[in-house]
Write a protein that binds this ligand. Structure first.
Ligand SMILES: Cc1cc2nc3c(=O)[nH]c(=O)nc-3n(C[C@H](O)[C@H](O)[C@H](O)COP(=O)(O)OP(=O)(O)OC[C@H]3O[C@@H](n4cnc5c(N)ncnc54)[C@H](O)[C@@H]3O)c2cc1C
Ligand code: SF4
Length: 457
C-alpha cells in the first residue's frame, strides 16, 4: 500500500495515506472516514467494492448514514462479478468447479479451438500428478530483498500481535508492480515448463518447487488475473516444444478456474459459510501448528516452512495440514484462524472457501464431492517426507504407527452416518468393512490414544 501510494503520488495524484502510527489515524474505519470527510469538505463519497464480506457490510452501513451522495465501483481484479457464480449454478445442489471452468474458458476464449478445448481435452489433471523425481532441476528462484524495517518497527511499537519469522531488511515478496511483473516473467520463463507435472509433488528439499508464488501479487492486486493468463499463453505459444499443453492448462485452470470459482463461492455462501461445521468438529488445533514442533515429519516440514516463509503450496495446505486437522476433528473456526493468520496470500474471500469448505468439508459437500482425507499412503506417494519420519508410514497401530493411518479409519468410522451414501466414499467403506475385527479395534484404540493428546505427537 505504501509503495502504491508513493507511485500514485509520483504520477501526480493527490492522495492521503494514514499510516498505522499517524497521530491523525483514528484507528477505526468509521472514525477515519468521518475525519477525512470533514477535514477535506468532501461532498461525494465513492469506494471500490471490497473483497471481504465484513468490510462490505461495514462500508454499506457507513454509506447509508452519510449526508452526502455515495457510489461504488467494481474491481477490475477478477474475471467475474461477485454474484455471477451463484447465478450460473442457480437451482443446482452442487457447485461443480469443472463446469464453471469450462464456461470461463469459452467465455474468455482461452485455450479454445473454436468451440472445442485446444488439444481435445478440457483438463490435463491426470498428467499433473507426478512425485518429484529430480529429473528436472528446480530453477533459481527470484527472491526480492525489500527493506521493510520501518514498517516492522512500527508494527512492534504499536504492539500488533505477530507470529512466524521475518527478515525485515530482506522481504522476499514483491511489493511493487514492477517486481510483481518480474516474478511473473521469471515463473513463465523458468518454472512453467514443469509446473503441471509436479503440481502435486512435495519434497523436504525445496519449499516452492515449480509453483509460481504469484498469489500474494494477485491478491494484493499488483497483477491482474487476465494479464497473468495471457502472458502464460503467449509464452507457451512462442515455445510449444518446451512448454506442453498440460503445463499451461494446469496453470490457467488455477487462475481462470479455481481462483474465480472460490471467490464466487465466497459471495454465494457468505455469511453462512463462516459458521458451517458439517461434522460438528470441536477439537482444539494442536499447539504445534503455531511452532512446528512435532515429530510428524510431513507436518513439521509444512508447518516450519509456513512459519518461516508464510507460504506452502496447495497440496501441502490441503493434504498435509488441512488433512490432519480434518482427521483429528479440529473445530473449523480454529483451522480458519490459523490459515488466515499464517500465509502471505491469506485474504478471507479466498482463504475461507478453501479452508472451511474445500479442506474441512464444513459445508457438507457443496463444492467438494467428498472430503479431502487420506491415510499416509498419499503423502508417501507424493513426497519424500516419510523417509525421515519417526513414524512408519505403512503401519496402522503400534509404537511408531503413522498417525494419519489410524486417524483416517477413525474419521471414516465416526462419520459413517454422514458419508456412507456418498458414492465416492463407497470403496473406502468397503475396505473398512472387510478389515478384520481385531485389526479394526486396534486401529480405533490407536486413534483414540492419538486424539486424546494431539499436541504430544
Ligand atoms: C486450506 C487452504 C487454504 C488456502 N488459502 C489460500 C489463501 O488464503 N489465499 C490464496 O491465495 N490461496 C489459498 N489457497 C489456494 C492455494 O493453495 C494458493 O493459492 C497457492 O498455494 C498459492 O501459491 P502459488 O501462487 O505458488 O500458486 P500456484 O500453484 O503457482 O498457482 C497459481 C495461482 O493459481 C491460484 N490458485 C491456485 N489454487 C487456488 C485455489 N484453490 N483457490 C484460489 N486460487 C488458487 C492462485 O492465485 C495462485 O497464485 C488455499 C488452499 C487451501 C487448500
Ligand atoms: S510417516 Fe506419516 S507422519 Fe511421517 S511423514 Fe509419512 S505420512 Fe507424515
Amino acid at each position: 500500500m505504501r509503495a502504491f501510494g508513493e507511485r500514485l503520488r509520483d504520477l501526480g495524484h493527490r492522495i492521503i495515506f494514514l499510516k498505522l502510527d499517524d497521530p491523525q489515524n483514528r484507528q477505526t474505519l468509521t472514525g477515519n472516514i468521518a475525519y477525512l470527510l470533514q477535514k477535506e469538505k468532501i461532498s461525494h463519497f465513492e469506494y471500490l467494492l471490497p473483497d471481504e464480506y465484513r468490510l462490505d457490510l461495514q462500508l454499506r452501513q457507513i454509506a447509508e448514514t452519510l449526508p452526502i451522495s455515495c457510489q461504488t465501483a467494481d474491481t477490475q481484479h477478477f474475471l467475474t462479478e461477485r454474484g455471477e457464480l451463484e447465478a450460473f449454478f442457480a437451482g443446482k445442489k452442487r457447485y461443480l468447479m469443472e463446469s464453471f471452468y469450462r464456461w470461463m474458458r469459452k467465455r474468455y476464449d482461452i485455450l479454445m479451438d473454436n468451440d472445442k478445448p485446444f488439444g481435445g481435452k478440457w483438463n490435463y489433471d491426470q498428467k499433473n500428478r507426478r512425485a518429484y523425481d529430480h529429473r528436472v532441476p528446480v530453477p533459481q528462484p527470484l527472491f526480492f530483498e525489500n527493506d521493510v524495517s520501518d514498517i516492522y518497527r512500527t508494527i512492534r511499537n504499536q504492539k500488533v500481535a505477530t507470529l512466524g519469522e521475518i527478515q525485515p531488511e530482506k522481504l522476499i515478496w514483491p511489493t511493487t508492480r514492477l517486481q510483481a511483473l518480474a516474478l511473473l516473467r521469471s515463473f513463465l520463463d523458468d518454472f512453467l515448463p514443469a509446473f503441471g507435472t509436479y503440481q502435486d509433488a512435495m519434497t523436504i528439499e525445496n519449499w516452492h518447487l515449480f509453483h509460481s508464488r504469484l498469489s500474494f501479487a494477485l491478491n494484493t492486486k499488483l497483477l491482474q488475473p487476465l494479464e497473468v493468463i495471457e502472458a502464460a499463453i503467449d509464452t507457451w505459444e512462442k515455445r510449444p516444444s518446451r512448454i506442453k499443453i498440460q503445463q499451461v492448462e494446469g496453470f490457467v485452470r488455477q487462475i481462470l478456474g479455481w481462483r474465480e470459482y472460490m471467490r464466487g463461492i465466497y459471495w454465494a455462501l457468505m455469511p453462512d459459510l463462516a459458521a458451517m461445521n458439517y461434522f460438528d468438529h470441536r477439537a482444539d488445533l494442536p499447539e504445534f501448528y503455531w511452532t512446528g514442533d512435532t515429530r510428524i515429519n510431513c507436518l513439521r516440514a509444512a508447518l516450519s516452512q509456513s512459519l518461516k516463509r508464510a507460504y506452502a503450496h496447495h497440496i501441502q495446505r490441503l493434504m498435509v495440514t488441512g488433512n490432519f486437522a480434518l482427521l483429528a476433528g479440529v473445530h473449523p473456526d480454529a483451522v480458519d484462524e490459523w490459515y488466515l493468520g499464517i500465509y502471505i496470500d491469506a485474504v478471507e474471500w479466498v482463504e475461507l472457501p478453501n479452508t472451511r469448505a474445500m479442506s474441512q468439508f464444513a459445508d457438507g459437500g457443496r463444492i467438494a464431492t467428498k472430503p479431502y482425507v487420506s491415510s499416509a499412503r498419499y503423502i508417501h506417494s507424493m513426497s519424500d517426507y516419510c523417509d525421515n519420519c519417526d513414524y512408519t508410514w505403512n503401519i496402522r497401530h503400534g509404537d511408531m504407527a503413522c498417525p494419519f493411518n489410524s486417524l483416517y479409519w477413525d474419521f471414516l468410522n465416526r462419520h459413517r452416518r454422514r458419508l456412507r451414501k456418498n458414492p465416492r466414499m463407497g470403496m473406502m467403506y468397503r475396505s473398512w468393512d472387510r478389515m478384520d475385527k481385531k485389526e479394526k479395534r486396534q486401529v480405533l484404540i490407536q486413534a483414540a490414544a492419538y486424539r486424546k493428546d494431539l499436541s504430544r505427537l
